[in-house]
Design a protein. Structure first.
Length: 238
DNA sequence: CCGTAGATGGCCT
DNA sequence: GGCCATCTACGGA
């Protein structure tokens, strides 16, 4: 269930970024379990990528973790306010990373609301990289955290795109009821024919676009290395 | 609805 | 000193 180190050590960060869409990220911070389906990612491809913090081999106290073997967290502070959570991929010295930009909450929504200082569930709870990290309790104290450990990890899950769409919409439709908790049990998933879709999340369910907020990266700013799930409301920007 | 200013702090191969 | 892998509130239409 928990993705092994070998998953993160694959050598194609763009492929991994896309493949992570639909998987489940879990954090267990302060004994509070929070989980969600990854709905938006971006790939940053090491020393050759002008948008990557490790561009041209930049090696500082901040970026040094990027050169480790894949399967650890790289968390940094952005604009002085936001903690951005990344996953290091590939092998030693490659410095590839995937930024987690959004997730659709499935467990521990009450903890997420509390961390975000919100009363009510809406799409901003966990969409946008700063918001995602805050809701999941992730910050720079998790710099270098081992993703095969028990604090933050990713699980494989057979999530159906249509199912995400329906639940996502029901969250938002229900806002008047002030949902403060929800639990998604994968074993309770209805049979295929009942959910109107005959496939798990596949390439056709994932939209590709250029990465956000990296205008300084010149021609690399246009690379199609951002991925998001068409069916989720929990995406930062369409 | 839309665009933008201001917050805020660490980084600086 | 200048620059950010951002977010929200707020003002105008």
């Amino acid at each position: 269930m928990k993705l092994p180190a070998s998953y993160y050590q694959q050598n194609d960060v763009v492929h991994i970024a896309k493949d992570l869409i639909g998987k489940v990220i879990v954090s267990m911070v302060d004994d509070k379990r929070t989980a969600g389906i990854i709905t938006e990612t971006e790939a940053y491809r090491g020393v050759g990528d002008k948008a990557c913090h490790a561009h041209l081999g930049r090696f500082t106290d901040r970026t040094k973790i990027m050169y480790e073997n894949g399967g650890v967290a790289y968390v940094y502070l952005c604009y002085g306010i936001h903690n951005l959570f990344n996953i290091i991929t590939n092998t030693d010295q490659q410095a590839d990373a995937v930024l987690i930009r959004a997730a659709e909450p499935t467990e521990g929504i009450e903890h997420m609301l509390h961390r975000r200082g919100k009363e009510k569930l809406d799409k901003t709870l966990t969409s946008g990289p700063g918001n995602f990290s805050k809701a999941f309790g992730l910050d720079r104290s998790h710099y270098g955290e081992d993703l095969t450990g028990d604090l933050v990890w990713i699980e494989d899950a057979e999530v159906f795109a249509q199912e995400v769409a329906e639940r996502s919409q029901s969250y938002l439709d229900d806002s008047s009821k002030q949902i403060t908790s929800a639990h998604f049990d994968f074993d309770q998933r209805p049979p295929l024919n009942d959910i109107g879709s005959d496939k798990i999340i596949s390439k056709e369910d994932i939209i590709t676009s250029k990465r956000i907020g990296i205008d300084y990266a010149e021609e690399d700013a246009d690379l199609p290395w951002r991925f998001y799930l068409w069916s989720s409301q929990f995406v930062s920007k369409r």
